[in-house]
Structures are given as structure tokens and as C-alpha cells.
Design a protein around this ligand. Structure first.
Ligand code: ADP
Ligand code: MG
Length: 683
């Protein structure tokens, strides 16, 4: 295998010398599968083995390098007793101790009366210094290889520093010179480094820890560019010419007149944006963003009506059975007998399903509403013109572009999302789409009263809840995910359920991650039908469902959640016109940060504002919230700290209408695993 070949880095790691099946497996655990993953696996620190210490300069617990003479090898040959090599220098004596190692091997690396270099963590045992299983032992000739600063990578069982170092050095030291996709001028002007230099530096210096170093910023810029190019390309693929739709709006206008509320200004504005896309000769690829409860559904329904009236079939997909069914019921209600509407989910019985498929193909269904089942291969429309997908925040670019492909060239696509995204993240999430925003809430809506309470005072809540139940209000009780363990998660919710059920017998339901889908939906249905008043849940239940009678939400251990997440949870209540309450329970005394977060939450119900503030309150390395909520778009780039690079990349990729027909970019996309999302051979 020729290490100097450019494509070498996209080969499997097992192509490297010394990497066999077993080691590949260990590497895979660290998500290192291809050679390029070794390049992108940066050291998180360095181990300083550079200084050679005398035996009277040792510090317990520290990793140190010593130069010692082998005085005696001691192999007790009794189970559980380790092999021991006694070494000296002119200042003292030390034991090098090995568990489970072969005598022959030890004799070879510790030749009697010879000097050796040993590096490892210093312990103290029975009044004597010792090193147990040292990381490095070598003869004096190889001193320079060990007595140096050695990059420290996060390792796993079966993968020690020495082994990993030999692998990463094979790659980094032999890296072929890549033809840079950034010009010299651009690199200089923007204070970056060329690619090869950057990679070398990141693996051989402190740069990998300094997110503002030139080399780190270079990698960040590349990562952002790979992301933006993918989106930009996807946009070009999707937004091709389509057949003009003969556009009629008489039915939707009638529906608007019959609504028992006025559409908000934002709803009207967004509807207009959608309609003008639908009318145009370019395909629509748009996302409608609006906080929970901002009224996205009705806007989508009205646009659906327009397309159906223009003689096309449409599909509306929800993320879960319940949510999709709620849409179905609403559609039935507002479209009266105007359109033929059907519901399809994984649970639809075979006969009914067959009938639906047949009718779809014959064009006898105008609007099909359902779950993922809508996008199975077998499903064929006669003339599909428009697809709406609700609560899409769970989909990535790849899925989005798949939906667009399935619909066919004349099919417009609208996504709806309730996840407000900070401005800097907007492009990296939705750069391939046009964006419509609803920021205004329906005016009748009252602001949710948000309170915080120490958990010790939980008993004060019972009388409040009693009153709420008497007024036929419903209550969500959210237990946090204590750890990433289904069991713990379950047990905390279960315990709480027992406690509350005791206070309010037969009025409480429980829902958590270990229930299967069907059981979950059953409980939700009972809550929706008001057969129970309190629903104890983990965070598993989705936010999109409209529970008009749910007016109270209690969130336990609220400091475990990110701001945006709390806001989302809070949005489960207050959909109706009654005053809603959100109570945040806290366990310990609060950190400054937590207090700030509560303040923000109490003062605002604007999801976009909260998302910005949320981002500001996070430091680098504290992005776990984002990662947990499935937003881990970037491995290196930080939307807050690399804001300038995001803006630079945006100008570079989107504004200059960069000609991306270039091999150099294919390399970049492959490097960041984007190549499969869009067909690189097309680039
Ligand atoms: P979301 O944007 O979270 O999907 P929904 O579309 O489910 O929100 O709307 C939430 C509730 O608000 C629904 O009961 C809906 O009928 C109602 N609603 C929508 N628009 C308005 C409006 N302009 N005025 C009053 N209520 C509205
Ligand atoms: Mg919704």
C-alpha cells in the first residue's frame, strides 16, 4: 500500500502496518475506521516524557522518564505475584513491575547490567518507588523517540499509547502533500494555515487544545465549508425547474373566513411566502420555523388546500402516529367534504392499506396523512405535487434530500420545525433551504407563568395540583434523565409515579423510554382523552402534540436541562386560552449560570431569543446539551467561538456562488463524511 497516494487516507485502517482485525475493532470503538479518521482524531493533551529524571527526583503519581541500569530480574512464578525488575541509577533504586507478562520478553527488553530508558507512572509501594507496566522501555539508542513530548489521544481498552502512537505516526509523518483547496492568498489573508501544515501542527503541538490557533481554525474552516458545500449542492439539486401549477386559492380563502380565530400577521406572511414558491417555476424547498404553539399546522393546511385545488395530490407526514392522527382529524374538520383524505400508518390494516395504495395510484385520494409509512417504496401517487413534513428536526440533510427525491421533480417540499436555532447555526442546519419564520404568537395566548422551587418544598404542590384537577386542567410531570441509562431513567419516573399516584389515585399515568411505541401511544391517548389528569414522563414524549387541556408542567431537576430544552418542554402547555403554569424544581443550591437561565426563561417566551441566550451561556466544551439534543453537526467548529469563520464560510460558499465543480472539494467532502450525502461524482 502506497502511503503517498492521495486516496490512501480514505482506506480502511487495517491497511496500516500493525493494524489487524482485533486492533481495527478497538479503533472502531473510538470511531476510527478509515485512515483519515486518525488524521481527524486530535490529541487532547501531551505527555511530557522529555526530561530524564534521576531516581531521587521522582514524584509519586506523575508520569516520568528515567534512565536506569538493570540490576536483577525477579520472576517468582507464583500465581498473582508479579514479575519484578530491580533497576538502579547512582541516586537510588526502583522496581519495574509487570503483571501477566512473559519472561522471555522481559529478559529481552531488560538485559542484565545494561542501561535502559523507562517511562511510566511513578508509584510507591512498600517503601520503594515502582513503575507498574511502564508505557515505554527501550535501549539508550532509542532514547529520543521516548524522551520527548508525546501527544496524548483518548484511548480505549486494547489500545495503549505506544500502539496508537505508532499508528498515528505512520499516518501523520507520511502524509502526502494535498493540493490545497484554499488559495495561498486566501489562507494568508484570513490568517489560516495550509492543510498539510495545519494537520502536522495539530498532532505535534499544543495547537489541538487551542481552538484559536491557526491550525485549529483551519480545520474548523474546512469542516464548516464541507458542511456548507454539501448544503449548497443539495439546494442546487433540489431547486430545479418544475411544471407550473395552475394556482387556485378559493377554498383556502373560505377556510380562513370560517376559522374561529384570526390568523396572525406572521402566519399570513409565511403563507404568502409558501404560496409564491408553489406558484413559481422552481421547486419549493422551504422550512417553516415557529415556536411550539405558534400555529404552523393551519398554515400548512391552507397551503395544502391550494395545491389540491390546483389538481395535485398531497402528502402530510407527522413524526408519530398520534401527531399525524391529530393532523388528520383537523384536516377532516376544516376541509369538510371538499377533499378526499386518508390516513396511513404502520398500523393500518392490510386490506385498508391496499385500498389506499390503489386509490392513490388512481388519483382518488387528494391528501394522504400519516407517519413514515407514507414514504415506503411501494407507495405511488398518480400526481403528487406537494409534501409537508412536520417536526422535522429529527432529520438530517441526507433524509431531507431523500424526501425531495422521492416526491419527484414536480413535487414541492415544506418542512416544519419547532426548534429555534441560533443565527450562527442557521446556515449550517438549513443552508439548502429557504426559511420562513413565525415569531408572533396567537394573540389570545397568555404568557406561561414560570416559577422555580426547591425540591424540598414539593409538598406545597399537592394542594395546587388538587385545585388544578378540580378545574379540569391537566398536568405534565417531567422527570429528568438522570444518566444515560434507560433503567435509571425509568426508575426515577417510576418512583415519582408511585408517589403521585398515591396522592391522586387513578388519576396518574406513566410514560418512559422503556415502553414500546404502542404502549406509549396508549398512555398518551388516555391523557388526550382526559381519562387521567397527571402524566408522569421522562423527556421521551414529543412536544408537537396539542393537549389543549394541559395547563401545568412540572419539571424536576430542571438544572439538568438546557435552556432551549426547557423552553420546548414548557411549550407542551398553554395551547389553550387558560393561564398555564410551569414549575421548575431544583435539587441543590443553584449555580450562577442556573440562576441566569431561570431568569431568561421567566422573562421570555420567544424561542428564538432563548436559543441565542442559550448559546451565549455555554462555553466551549459545554456543548453537551447540543450533542444530546442531536445537534452535533460539528466536531471541531463551535458556533459561538468560531462565529467569524462561520461568516467567512458563508460568504465564501454561498455568496460568491462558488464554482464547486472541482476535484479538490471532493477530497474535502470525503474527509468530513459528506460525500455520501450528495453524489460526489456529480461534483
Ligand atoms: P405548532 O406551531 O406548535 O404546530 P399548532 O399548529 O399545533 O402549533 O397550533 C397550536 C394551537 O393554536 C392550535 O390549537 C391552533 O388551533 C391554535 N391556533 C393556531 N393559529 C391561531 C391563531 N392565529 N389564533 C388563535 N389560535 C391559533
Ligand atoms: Mg406542530
Amino acid at each position: 500500500m502506497d502511503l503517498r497516494k492521495k486516496d490512501f487516507i480514505f482506506e480502511d485502517v487495517n491497511k496500516l502496518k500493525g493494524v489487524g482485525t482485533q486492533l481495527s475493532k478497538y479503533l472502531k470503538k473510538k470511531r476510527i475506521e478509515k485512515i483519515k479518521d486518525i488524521i481527524l482524531n486530535l490529541p487532547y493533551s501531551e505527555t511530557d516524557r522529555s526530561k530524564i529524571y534521576k531516581l531521587d527526583e521522582l514524584e509519586i503519581g506523575k508520569t516520568q522518564t528515567i534512565q536506569v541500569k538493570v540490576k536483577k530480574l525477579n520472576f517468582p512464578r507464583i500465581r498473582n505475584l508479579p514479575n519484578k525488575i530491580i533497576c538502579t541509577d547512582n541516586k537510588g533504586e526502583i522496581d519495574i513491575v509487570y503483571f501477566n507478562s512473559r519472561e522471555g520478553y522481559l529478559k529481552k527488553i531488560f538485559p542484565l547490567n545494561e542501561w535502559v530508558i523507562v517511562s511510566g507512572k511513578i508509584n510507591f509501594f512498600r517503601n520503594k518507588y515502582q513503575i507498574t507496566n511502564p508505557e515505554y522501555v527501550t535501549s539508550l539508542e532509542n532514547k529520543d523517540y521516548i524522551a520527548t513530548n508525546i501527544p496524548k489521544y483518548s484511548l480505549t481498552k486494547g489500545l495503549n499509547e505506544k500502539k496508537y502512537r505508532s499508528i498515528s505516526e505512520q499516518v501523520i509523518n507520511n502524509l502526502t502533500t494535498i493540493e490545497d483547496w484554499l488559495s495561498k492568498d486566501f489562507i494568508e489573508k484570513n490568517n489560516l494555515l495550509n492543510w498539510n501544515q495545519a494537520i502536522k501542527k495539530l498532532h505535534a503541538s499544543e495547537d489541538s487544545k487551542n481552538i484559536n490557533s491557526k491550525s485549529y481554525r483551519r480545520l474548523v474552516f474546512d469542516e464548516i465549508c464541507a458542511n456548507f458545500i454539501t448544503l449548497s449542492k443539495n439546494r442546487k439539486i433540489v431547486k430545479r425547474n418544475k411544471k407550473n401549477k395552475l394556482f387556485k386559492e378559493s377554498i383556502s380563502k373560505k377556510i380562513i373566513n370560517n376559522l374561529n380565530f384570526e390568523l396572525t400577521g406572521d402566519q399570513l406572511k409565511v403563507l404568502k411566502e409558501i404560496n409564491s414558491d408553489l406558484k413559481s417555476d422552481k421547486r419549493m424547498f422551504r422550512i417553516m420555523q415557529g415556536d411550539v404553539g405558534s400555529g404552523k399546522t393551519i398554515v400548512s393546511m391552507l397551503s395544502l388546500a391550494n395545491v389540491i385545488e390546483s389538481n395535485y395530490q398531497c402528502a402530510l407526514m407527522g413524526p408519530t402516529e398520534i401527531l399525524a392522527y391529530q393532523h388528520f382529524k383537523l384536516a377532516k374538520k376544516i376541509f369538510n367534504n371538499n377533499f378526499k383524505i386518508e390516513f396511513l400508518s404502520g398500523k393500518t390494516e392490510t386490506r385498508k392499506r391496499k385500498e389506499i395504495l390503489r386509490k392513490l395510484k388512481e388519483g382518488k385520494i387528494d391528501l394522504l396523512i400519516g407517519t413514515h409509512a407514507l414514504f415506503q417504496k411501494k407507495i405511488e401517487f398518480k400526481k403528487l405535487g406537494y409534501v409537508v413534513i412536520d417536526e422535522q428536526h429529527k432529520f438530517g440533510v441526507k433524509q431531507r434530500s431523500d424526501f425531495a427525491k422521492k416526491g419527484g421533480i414536480n413535487c414541492d417540499v415544506l418542512l416544519m420545525s419547532a426548534t429555534p436555532i441560533p443565527r450562527t447555526m442557521m446556515m449550517s442546519h438549513y443552508g439548502d433551504m429557504d426559511v420562513s419564520k413565525i415569531t408572533e404568537k396567537p394573540s389570545a395566548r397568555k404568557k406561561i407563568n414560570t416559577l422555580s422551587k426547591p425540591e424540598k418544598k414539593i409538598n406545597e404542590l399537592w394542594s395546587f395540583l388538587n385545585k388544578q384537577i378540580a378545574e379540569r386542567n391537566q398536568i405534565f410531570w417531567v422527570c429528568p434523565l438522570i444518566e444515560e441509562s434507560k433503567f435509571l431513567d425509568f426508575s426515577s419516573a417510576k418512583k415519582k409515579f408511585d408517589l403521585i399516584n398515591n396522592k391522586f389515585p387513578n388519576k396518574v399515568g406513566l410514560i418512559h423510554g422503556s415502553l414500546d411505541k404502542e404502549e406509549k401511544e396508549k398512555v398518551l391517548k388516555r391523557f388526550l382523552e382526559e381519562k387521567i389528569s397527571i402524566l408522569v414522563s421522562t423527556t421521551v414524549i414529543e412536544v408537537g402534540i396539542d393537549f389543549p387541556n394541559a395547563n401545568v408542567i412540572i419539571i424536576e431537576n430542571a438544572n439538568k436541562f438546557g435552556l432551549a430544552q426547557l423552553h420546548q418542554l414548557r411549550g407542551r402547555v398553554g395551547r389553550g386560552n387558560r393561564q398555564a403554569t410551569c414549575i421548575l424544581l431544583f435539587k441543590e443550591s443553584l449555580s450562577k449560570n442556573s440562576i441566569k437561565r431561570i431568569k431568561i426563561l421567566k422573562s421570555s417566551d420567544d424561542g428564538f431569543f432563548i436559543a441565542e441566550e442559550d448559546l451565549k451561556l455555554r462555553g466551549f466544551g459545554d456543548l453537551t446539551g447540543y450533542q444530546q439534543s442531536g445537534n452535533k453537526t460539528f466536531k471541531f467548529a463551535d458556533p459561538l467561538l468560531h462565529k467569524d469563520l462561520f461568516e467567512l464560510a458563508e460568504r465564501f460558499i454561498f455568496k460568491n456562488d462558488l464554482n464547486i465543480n472541482h476535484n479538490k472539494f471532493a477530497f474535502l467532502l470525503k474527509l468530513f463524511d459528506k460525500a455520501e450525502i450528495i453524489n460526489v461524482s456529480e461534483i
